[in-house]
Ligand binder design. Structure first.
Ligand code: SAM
Length: 210
């Protein structure tokens, strides 16, 4: 008999394992921004000591709290990521959230919340620029339907919006904002960005450093 995933399956949940592989170990503090119903934050709370999960939609946060009652190290807060005041995180994630935000401002904000050696992980959505973007996703769509049947479809249950940036625009702007970020294109209209803050970025700003 097929084992149903804890939170069901959708195009974002499919990529949770890839994002979780980027979490530094140990991970004392993590932030999931735009957490929606908290599916990723609950998985993150299994590998991080303390997880902050924030969303600017109050109804979604209330539902996420109900769904997360058995996860005591997960703190859910109704807040806007762009003005979130806490920092010094080992890991920050944006799962299907970046296209809701001003792209460069959000990446810069996320990077500023990390401690040295901290990691930023983005699962993003992109707009189709041509038939070459559309075709592979159309081909794989029957697989997506089967997955939903086997694992149970999981609705995002949070505000959604269509992405406006193409993969080329995303790759170009991300490379300028976060040099060294590892960009990967995925099926199902998704991409990932993994960026490590590195230990020397603060030191390199010190006067007299080489
Ligand atoms: C498409 S949903 C994704 C939710 C969840 N991460 C998931 O994978 O199911 C995008 C979420 O980002 C939230 N969001 C958008 N802008 C935000 C902001 N400035 N601060 C915090 N959350 C935001 C929305 O309220 C929504 O819940």
């Amino acid at each position: 008999m097929a084992v149903r995933a804890l939170d069901g399956w959708n195009h974002n949940i499919h990529y949770h394992p890839e994002l979780l592989r980027a979490v530094p170990r140990p991970c004392l503090r993590a932030l999931d921004a735009g957490c929606g119903l908290g599916a990723f934050a609950r998985r993150l709370a299994r590998v991080a000591a303390v997880v902050d999960a924030i969303d600017r939609d109050a109804v979604v946060v209330a539902r996420a709290r109900e769904l997360s009652a058995g996860t005591p190290n997960l703190r859910l807060t109704h807040a806007d990521f762009l003005t979130w005041p806490e920092s010094s995180y080992d890991f920050v994630s944006l799962v299907a959230t970046l296209h809701h935000l001003p792209f460069v401002e959000a990446l810069t904000k996320a990077a500023s919340l990390l401690r040295p050696n901290g990691v930023l992980a983005v699962l993003g959505l992109h707009r189709n620029a041509s038939v070459f973007d559309l075709a592979p996703n159309v081909v794989v769509f029957p697989v997506s339907l089967c997955r939903r049947l086997v694992h149970g479809a999981s609705e995002v249950g949070a505000p959604t919006r269509d992405p406006t940036m193409t993969l080329t625009e995303i790759r170009t702007e991300a490379a300028a904002a976060l040099p060294g970020a590892v960009f990967r294109r995925h099926l199902l209209w998704r991409y990932s960005l993994i960026w490590s803050k590195g230990p020397d970025r603060l030191e390199s700003r010190c006067p007299g450093s080489p």
